[in-house]
Structure formats: C-alpha cells, structure tokens
Ligand binder design. Structure first.
Ligand SMILES: Nc1ncnc2c1ncn2[C@@H]1O[C@H](COP(=O)(O)OP(=O)(O)OP(=O)(O)O)[C@@H](O)[C@H]1O
Ligand SMILES: [Mg+2]
Length: 295
C-alpha cells in the first residue's frame, strides 16, 4: 500500500506536470523592514503590466503596511478563506483598476506554518491555478529573517532583495543571506538573488551599495549576488502611499517610476537571454511542501 508521504509526493508531481507554461514567480524580500518592498512589488507589477504582462501580486506579509492599504482596496476574501473556508482562487483574486490583481495572504500566511501536510497539498493544488491568471506573480514577503520568509525565498528561483543605504538595512540584508546560507534547502544555483538598492541619491550610490554587498557575499557566503537596479529617494513615494495609489500610476514620468520601469525591462530581458531553469508557482509551492515533508 502506498503510504501517505508517497501519495503526497505523487500529487505534487502531478500538479507540477499539469500546466504549461508556468507563471514566473519573483519574490521580493529584505532583511530590515520598511525598506520599500511593497512599493517595489506594486510598482514593478504596474510597469510589467504596462509592458504587456498579466501580473498578480501575492501579499505574503501579514504586517500592517501592506498592499491593501497601499491600493486603498479591501478584498472580500483572502488566502485563509481559500485554505479553510471553501473559497476558490477566483474568489480571492482582487482586481484593481490599475491593471494588476492581487491576493491578500491575510492570516493565511501565518497559518501556513502550522498547516498539516494535507492542508498544504490542498492549498498548492488551488494555487497552481494561478498560472491561468498570470504571466508573472510577484510575492511581497514580510520583513525580517523569519522561517516563513526564508521558506518563500528558498522556494523561489528569482528573488529581489531590497536594501537601502542605511547601515542597518545593509547589515540586515547580509544577515538574511547568511541565514539562507545556513539552510540546507537553499540552493545558490537554483535561487538567483538580485539586489535592488532603494532610496538612493543617484545611480552611482545604488551601484556602489550593491558592489559592497557583493564583495562580502562572495567572500563570506559564496552566494553570487546579482544587480537588480536601483530606485531613487523621492518625496513622491510617501505622497503616493498617503494617497493610496502606486507612484507609477500617480507620477508615471517621475524618477522612481522610470527607475522601476528599467527594473521591469531588465526582468523581461532575461526571458530571452537567460537559459537557466525558472520555477513557476506550482514548483514554488511544491518546494514549500517538500521542505515541509522533510521535517
Ligand atoms: N524610493 C523611496 N523614496 C522615498 N521614500 C520611500 C522610497 N521607498 C520607500 N519609501 C518609504 O518607505 C516606507 C516603507 O515603504 P514600504 O512600505 O514599501 O516598505 P516595506 O519594505 O514593504 O515595509 P514592511 O517591511 O513594513 O512591509 C514608506 O512610507 C515609503 O513612503
Ligand atoms: Mg511591505
């Protein structure tokens, strides 16, 4: 008789094989909180959608300054409703008038940590359908080096690590890399991490922040950090947060919007030049499960 773990493994394999092509998943994270992850996630989503992609932002942060607040939208249902209250994926996808959709994790992200295997498999089965709604899924994680954040990062093949020139932001970004490096599930070949420097004075500062981080990451961790680009410090960012609209919508020609557009263009450029295998959403969630099965 097939044991339960074997059955789960087969379900994961089947889920992986079912759909093609897969939506690309980009996970946005940081060591320290408040460095601009949510602003980057939303504005990157908008710029990618302007470039013709269907984008869903997945809010994996159960903190306060989250996507709902920044979009001034109140979704009726969230991930927890899908997990425990019989809602379907289509019920929890919230479409905004800005051309992007989002999913609120709600309490679902916290609850994922304590879910049974059956629940994780059920959730994965539902979430793989995201492929039919999106070309790109941007996962906005919570701040800090919690296991739940690290699991999202390790399960993704593309990660944007946001840091600002503040010394604490840099040391915390390094701590996140160090914590990742300690995890046996982390693969430096399969998970590509790109650093985005936010709130910089100019491009030179953004690049030099990356250069410094790359040196320590190479030397002490052997993690090949790549450059994702930079976003300048600008008052339009907090102004847009207050007005509950992404800056790319309110100020499409301002410097931060142009900077994020460049990041978006670079993200798409890779599609034609990079031959590395990228994991889609089902692979990401099956990675999350595998890591759980190992425990
Ligand atoms: N480029 C920028 N220029 C000026 N202010 C910025 C910039 N980027 C972000 N901010 C400000 O920093 C604050 C934090 O931004 P945001 O909420 O996007 O960060 P976060 O990393 O998602 O935070 P959290 O860890 O709490 O989820 C916001 O008030 C925003 O106005
Ligand atoms: Mg945030």
């Amino acid at each position: 008789m097939m044991d339960q773990a074997e059955r789960l493994r087969r379900m994961v394999q089947e889920a992986e094989q079912e759909k093609e092509p897969e939506a690309r998943v980009i996970t946005v994270t940081s060591g320290k909180g408040g460095v601009g992850k949510t602003n980057l996630s939303l504005n990157l989503a908008i710029q990618l959608s302007k470039l013709g992609k269907r984008v869903v932002v997945f809010d994996a942060d159960f903190g306060l300054a989250n996507i709902e607040i920044m979009l001034g939208a109140r979704p009726k249902y969230n991930l927890a409703d899908l997990m425990f209250r019989g809602k379907e994926l289509k019920d929890i996808i919230c479409e905004s008038e800005m051309g992007i959709s989002f999913i609120s994790g709600g309490s679902g992200i916290q609850e994922m940590a304590t879910m049974s295997r059956e629940q994780v498999v059920y959730l994965t089965g539902k979430l793989v359908e995201l492929d039919t709604y999106a070309d790109i899924i941007i996962v906005d994680t919570g701040a800090g080096i919690s296991d739940s954040v690290l699991e999202f990062v390790m399960s993704s093949s593309e990660v944007l690590l946001v840091a600002t020139p503040e010394p604490t932001s840099i040391t915390d970004a390094y701590s996140l890399l160090k914590a990742l490096n300690k995890k046996e599930e982390f693969s430096r070949e399969e998970t590509v991490i790109k650093m985005v420097s936010n709130r910089v004075k100019n491009e030179a500062e953004g690049k030099s922040l990356y250069d410094k981080m790359k040196i320590v990451s190479d030397k002490f961790l052997g993690i090949p950090l790549e450059y994702g680009g930079c976003v300048p410090m600008d008052d339009i960012v907090p102004k847009s947060v207050i007005r509950q609209k992404p800056f790319s919508v309110l100020y499409p020609d301002a410097a931060p919007s142009r900077a994020v557009r460049q990041i978006a263009e670079r993200v798409l450029e890779i599609e034609s030049t990079d031959t590395r295998e990228r994991w889609g959403i089902s692979k990401m969630f099956s990675n999350l499960i595998r890591n759980k099965l190992k425990k």
